[in-house]
Ligand binder design. Structure first.
Ligand code: ZN
Length: 163
């Protein structure tokens, strides 16, 4: 009998992520399988949910709606800033993630969506907010997390810097 994925397992899987138009957004196929700690919200909730109870060797297609993926788009999270707000020697380009300090000192993570003549348009939505995600997944491995991993809430792999 094979073990099932439950909280506290470190799970490894290969995935290909496509949008509803069938465009590939991301894939692990040319990398090592992705490892995550199940139950620790290392991956989007909709995918984690659909992996619960699966076992090594299984393949599945998980369709994840925005609400349990990268969130629903909030159009009020799109802002324009004058170009002068950016240091002159800073290289900026569309798609670039950027952290801004909001009033009160909170840090807001944004992506540059376009650069106009006078302004830079920023979006605090995740680039995949509002997108239904299609994950083609193959579960390649599983092990028990150790105590330290459980405390940190993520797997530690040999050869990776400690965090
Ligand atoms: Zn750690």
């Amino acid at each position: 009998m094979s073990e099932c994925i439950t909280d506290g397992k470190v799970v490894y899987f290969h995935y290909t992520l496509t949008n509803p138009e069938g465009e590939i957004l991301d894939s692990s196929q040319d990398r090592e399988p992705l490892g995550y700690l199940h139950g620790a919200q290392n991956i989007v909730p909709g995918l984690e949910q659909q992996l619960t109870g699966r076992s090594v060797g299984e393949s599945l297609t998980a369709v994840v709606p925005p609400a349990s993926g990268y969130g629903i788009r909030n159009d009020e999270a799109v802002h324009s800033l004058p170009k002068s707000a950016f240091p002159e020697d800073m290289e900026i380009h569309p798609g670039m993630p950027i952290a801004l300090e909001a009033e009160g000192g909170a840090v807001v993570h944004c992506f540059i969506i376009s650069i106009e003549e006078e302004t830079v348009v920023l979006d605090a939505n995740h680039p995949l907010a509002g997108v239904t995600l299609h994950f083609d997944v193959e579960i390649t491995g599983m092990r028990d997390a150790n105590e330290e991993e459980k405390q940190h809430g993520h797997p530690h792999e040999p050869g990776q810097p400690h965090h």
